[in-house]
Design a protein around this ligand. Structure first.
Ligand SMILES: Cc1ncc(COP(=O)(O)O)c(C=O)c1O
Length: 562
């Protein structure tokens, strides 16, 4: 045990955990500039070399000169008394070996420094061939988790932010560590330093040229193909840690702050993509996927009511018909799609009040291009479930305006194909948003009403119920259901071309769609519909629809009603 000399006292240790080539030495130099800080360069290096068979050119020399007994390093070096208030300990994550005294993690303040493996690997390879262990990202994640379990969630900083904005990054790090920022941390002298570990001649050549964090490089180095696999293995771990960085900057200079989700419970979703179930942030399709390259995909929206999927078979019929019309090949079977839907809902514990966005893309291409001949991987199935209460105000009703954007005609793109090429409808929705309306009515090429940008539409005039025929609009499943209900309720139903003025002068208007169910429209283009109140026929059909959703639907396996 090192004796407590005169003037020496308790020191608060600040542990920096990182992978190599992450500006960790620069950060050590930065902290060494402070008047209240002493620093230690990788005190656990010899301990690590002793128990691992990692070859390094300086292995023998280091083992002979540096303490390698882990217990002693932790108790007598890292937590030794000292003259300064703080001691900064630079650690490589892989040096946190099993069996080290638990004080290492329990005592002191910890933070994690990460760097994109895309930037680490090119320079790493110049000294020794890098490995997954050397990159230490798996261990960094485990350090993060262990510290959280100890109730000491560590701040995470990214080397890219340090290089791009050293002052702000150091400010927020110091704040998180509960120490005052000092200006001196921004600059240091060039050249080797007394605090350097003895491996400095191999690893610190470029950091010895530096006098601060800012890099003179504007553009990155080319990435060596030999490290491609390592990049793929380590990037997800880096990305996970990066999500915990306070105010991370990006390659874009103007990142937006993280938005609030309309339903916060959807933050921890699991979605089906391809053939696996993934957390929300990892649920992504390839940049080669047809849906990215050309909106070349078909979709369905489904609703879940008390353990049952409403009109599941009808939605699957339309999905497979749309895929056939677009000549998709290697389409999953109906049973496979159903299984994917069930499994995703069960994994999420979603048995009520939920909506599923089901997409089937033509799949990944072997190269960019329009031709389906490039689609050699089979279709991509996406099951995206969300907690979603009805999206419209079905009690008081919504307002609509008429868009100038026309609904596609079968001359251009047949509306009976439920495809993801939604720009036509999105342009109309923009017009609706600009007019502060809830949705926009879309006309056909001859000026007759077809539907809204997202729903089918009905009117009531003198007791008769009318809806446009489905030449231009999507033959909606809710539309068909409501048409059945109209007949069952003993009302007269007419399917025909309807002009806009008939909607302006209707007694009642409602829209239909799986997402929003049956929604009264109380104002169209500034004109009140009827007396501006939700009408009796609308109410009657809303009730009949609600009853149907309660009584029918395909049960989700394993669901048990309480
Ligand atoms: C343009 C359009 N119209 C109508 C609907 C309503 O169709 P459904 O009742 O099948 O949900 C949708 C829903 O996907 C739609 O996108």
């Amino acid at each position: 045990m090192v004796g407590k000399e005169q003037g020496e006292g308790e020191v608060e240790v600040i542990h920096s955990w990182s992978a190599p080539r992450s500006l960790s030495t620069s950060l050590m130099y930065s902290f060494a500039q402070r008047d209240d800080m002493e620093v230690l360069d990788e005190p656990l290096y010899a301990t690590f070399l002793k128990v691992s068979d990692v070859e390094r050119p300086y292995r023998e020399e280091l083992l002979s000169k540096m303490e390698s007994d882990g217990d002693k390093v932790v108790e007598e070096i890292i937590f030794a008394p000292g003259e300064k208030k703080y001691r900064f300990c630079k650690h490589m994550s892989k040096q946190r070996l099993p069996g080290l005294p638990s004080d290492l993690m329990k005592k002191g303040k910890h933070f994690i420094l990460i760097r994109n493996p895309l930037d680490i690997l090119p320079s790493f390879g110049k000294v020794v061939p890098p490995s997954f262990l050397d990159l230490g990202l798996a261990e960094l994640v485990s350090i993060y988790n262990d510290l959280c379990q100890l109730g000491k969630r560590p701040p995470v900083i990214d080397a890219t932010d340090l290089a791009q904005n050293p002052e702000a990054t150091l400010h927020s790090l110091c704040e998180d560590l509960g120490i005052p920022f000092q200006d001196s941390m921004l600059r240091w002298e060039a050249g080797p330093k007394l605090i350097d570990g003895m491996w400095a001649p191999w690893w610190y050549k470029s950091v010895h040229k530096s006098t601060g964090f800012s890099s003179t490089r504007k553009y990155p180095e080319p990435f060596p193909h030999s490290h491609y696999d390592l990049l793929e293995q380590s990037l997800p771990l880096y990305n996970w840690l990066r999500r915990h960085v306070r105010q991370a900057s990006t390659l874009l200079k103007t990142p937006l702050p993280p938005p609030d989700l309309p339903v916060p419970a959807n933050e921890k979703l699991l979605a089906w993509v391809g053939d696996e179930i993934l957390p929300r942030e990892s649920a992504k399709v390839s940049v080669f996927d047809s849906v990215v390259q050309g909106g070349d995909s078909v979709w369905e929206g489904l609703r879940v009511y008390r353990g049952k999927i409403f009109k599941l078979e009808e939605h699957l019929d339309r999905l497979f018909d749309s895929a056939k019309a677009l000549a998709f090949k290697n389409v999953p079977t109906r049973e496979e799609v159903k299984e994917a839907i069930f499994r995703t809902l069960i994994r999420n514990g979603m048995f009520d009040n939920s909506h599923i966005r089901l997409s089937l893309t033509r799949g990944k291409k072997v190269t960019s291009g329009m031709s389906p001949a490039f689609n050699l991987y089979g279709c991509t199935l996406i099951v995206l479930p969300e907690w979603k209460p009805p999206v419209y105000d079905n009690t008081h009703g919504v307002t609509l305006v008429t868009a100038t954007t026309r609904r596609n005609s079968p001359n251009n793109l047949d509306s009976k194909i439920h495809h993801n090429n939604l720009l036509n409808n999105i342009l109309a929705k923009i017009e609706g948003n600009n007019a502060n309306a809830d949705d926009a009515i879309m006309l056909d090429k001859d000026g007759f009403v077809s539907e809204t940008n997202a729903t089918n539409i009905f009117l009531v005039k003198k007791g008769r119920v009318l809806t446009p025929h489905a030449d231009y609009c999507l033959p909606g499943i809710t539309r068909a259901t409501v048409m059945d209900l109209v007949v069952k309720e003993g009302l007269v139903l007419e399917e025909r071309r309807i002009s806009l003025s008939e909607f302006h002068t209707a007694d009642e208007v409602w829209t239909t769609g799986t997402m929003g169910e049956l929604t009264p429209a109380v104002k169209i283009d500034g004109r009140e519909v009827g007396d501006g109140q939700v009408g009796p026929v609308t109410r009657r059909l809303q009730n009949a629809y609600k009853k149907l959703t309660e009584e029918s639907g395909v049960p989700i396996p394993s669901y048990q009603e309480n």
